[in-house]
Design a protein around this ligand. Sequence first.
Ligand code: SF4
Ligand code: SF4
Length: 112
Amino acid sequence: MTEETIYVQPNPPAPTRPVVFDPAICDGCNNCVETCQTDVFIPNPQEGKPPIIMYPDECWYCGPCVDVCPKKGAIRLNYPLMWRVPWRDKKTGEHFWIGMKNPPPPNTRPQP
Ligand code: SF4
Ligand code: SF4
């Protein structure tokens, strides 16, 4: 079998950045790469480094890549601006938004 060199180029025209890695925390275990059902990532050729976001425009923002990460804070979802819908309580003036850290009832599920 002959060895081949393969070059890859992350999708440059996509304006999206679906997830953000923290290279100080991520150990390159590639759990997120294996889990993503649309193959947004590829493993980093440098061992121990965060995966490469290869196809950002294929992301569904479904979250399993964050859920399977064993290192808290190594990866976080970066929702598009148009998804960050805020609303305000007319009586109190308090602001709320999707993905906020301590959402009010009935949705008390914190941001992943
Ligand atoms: S949010 Fe879903 S589609 Fe996007 S990178 Fe994570 S697992 Fe893949
Ligand atoms: S699962 Fe977490 S620690 Fe592993 S490569 Fe992905 S972001 Fe890094």
